[in-house]
Design a protein around this ligand. Structure first.
Ligand code: 6PG
Length: 237
């Protein structure tokens, strides 16, 4: 596990964008699972602004680690956010964008998406393997859409699960922990003071860390890199 700490959210976004561009460089058919959240939103702006003409976007296949079960026109949609901040500014082939269909019935969509991953991705020990999974972390220690109150979903048999937001009850489709931990590279993008206590507990394996899904992100053979701003890293020893 590597921790990279930067002054602020914008610097995290700029550093990750350069890191991503470097990892993707020269790759053919790079399969990445995107995240929702406020930090990825800035990353997408930076990628579109600084890397539009220097990256071979045709070689990248975009998926989502999770999606809210809402139409793609809904402001809650991670897909909508990605279109607004990234795809609307680039020419990414439509066939390279594999969105979770939030407008579908959650259970049928979880099955459809799991099947899509199994078809599109290499499988290692039967589990679809992403080249990269980008994650955020909630103040409660959730990641993707695996929340503490449903932590058993982490090891679900199905590669995609239906989760429920603990406050709003909103249904979400999320990849499970087995798919996350099979990835070649997993990156956390975590910023803000509200995350500091969980970042410390999880990265330092402090008492009670296992109750938080983000602590279960332990790639089997892949790299794990945390991109943090100073606020999110402020409680680290
Ligand atoms: C989502 C994300 C979720 C997000 C965290 C952190 O769909 O919202 O998958 O896991 O990454 O809630 O969000 P912030 O980066 O906005 O704090």
């Amino acid at each position: 596990m590597e921790l990279k700490i930067f002054d602020n959210k914008q610097k995290v976004a700029e550093a990750f964008s350069a890191y991503f561009a470097n990892v993707v460089k020269g790759e053919a058919d790079f399969h990445v699972a995107l995240s929702g959240g406020s930090t990825p939103k800035i990353v997408f702006d930076v990628l579109a602004e600084n890397f539009r003409d220097t990256m071979d976007w045709n070689e990248i296949h975009f998926y989502w680690g999770d999606e809210r079960c809402v139409p793609p026109t809904d402001d809650e949609s991670n897909y909508k956010m990605t279109v607004e901040h990234l795809f609307s500014k680039l020419s990414v082939p439509k066939e390279n964008i594999h969105r979770i269909l939030g407008e579908n019935d959650p259970k049928s969509e979880a099955l459809r998406y799991a099947n899509l991953l199994e078809i599109n991705l290499d499988r290692v020990e039967g589990i679809p393997q992403f080249d990269m999974v980008i994650l955020g972390m909630g103040d409660d220690g959730h990641t993707a859409s695996i929340f503490p109150h449903e932590i058993e979903l982490w090891n679900a048999e199905d590669h995609c699960v239906v989760a429920t937001h603990p406050d709003s009850g909103q249904k979400r489709v999320s990849i499970n922990g087995k798919v996350i931990n099979k990835a070649k590279t997993v990156v956390f993008l975590v910023t803000g003071q509200g995350k500091a206590e969980k970042v410390k507990t999880i990265t330092e394996k402090a008492e009670g860390f296992k109750q938080y899904p983000a602590s279960l992100v332990q790639p089997e053979s892949g790299d794990l890199v945390w991109f943090l701003d100073r606020d999110a890293a402020s409680s680290l020893s």
